[in-house]
Design a protein around this ligand. Sequence first.
Ligand SMILES: NC(=O)c1ccc[n+]([C@@H]2O[C@H](COP(=O)([O-])OP(=O)(O)OC[C@H]3O[C@@H](n4cnc5c(N)ncnc54)[C@H](OP(=O)(O)O)[C@@H]3O)[C@@H](O)[C@H]2O)c1
Length: 242
Amino acid sequence: MSFENKTVLVTGGTSGIGRASAERFAAAGATVVISGRDEARGQEVVAAIESAGGKARFVSAELSTPGAAQQLAQTAGAVDVLVNNAAIFPFGPTHELPLDQVRAMFEVNVTAPFALVAALVPAMIAKGSGAIVNVSTMVASLGLPGLSAYGASKAALELLTKVWAAEYSPQGVRVNAVAPGPTRTPGTVAMGDGLDQLAATLPMARPASAQEIANTIFFLASDEASFVTGAVLPVDGGRSAV
Ligand SMILES: NC(=O)c1ccc[n+]([C@@H]2O[C@H](COP(=O)([O-])OP(=O)(O)OC[C@H]3O[C@@H](n4cnc5c(N)ncnc54)[C@H](OP(=O)(O)O)[C@@H]3O)[C@@H](O)[C@H]2O)c1
């Protein structure tokens, strides 16, 4: 499946699932725009993609800052594919989570994707085609202790996925989400053994690799998924099935 002459914006493309997705799209010929906060990490990913023969550029964006998503959309310009991947995931019991962290989480995980879609979908509509893939989580549908605000933010993103599919599919823009299970990334290193313990509850009893999630994101953005819209696809080793 070729993405030649297509531009793909991957938020949080400097690490983990976002990086693996950016590399997957670039390998298929896309020009990839990746965002993140860490300039050095961003330039390292761009260099890695370019050294593999791909095309990429980095745009710095702190998405917890109101207005940053609109600025990112403006700098990125028109895109064919938007992957709303950047997120923050502070853990803790509800009564111990500082409200400023909760607000920042909703800004990055919900408001920024909302603003990016609002800014980028008009050009997709004008073109009559486009694909948006939102990165949710299996814990958007499970009541796991310590993940109240994070799960709620991703549940909001899943609902937005369905609403955006209803709003924009008639104009040729497909909107889907993936709901990954525990995945080994730089972002989950801090969980230590917790990642493997959570993974042990899956029928497949192991964490995913970032590439396994990226493959599914790539599929949903590609023409191979031409009749798929409004779907939230579990990529969770079977956890949501049991
Ligand atoms: N890993 C898992 O087990 C798992 C499971 C289910 C769902 N997910 C979802 O998958 C996505 C990626 O997770 P990951 O594990 O790959 O995370 P990761 O390795 O921590 O990468 C997160 C990315 O988001 C960017 N980012 C973080 N905070 C940001 C902010 N305030 N403003 C702008 N960019 C920000 C980071 O870049 P900078 O650090 O440069 O800002 C980085 O590129 C997230 O949506 C997460 O909720 C992950």
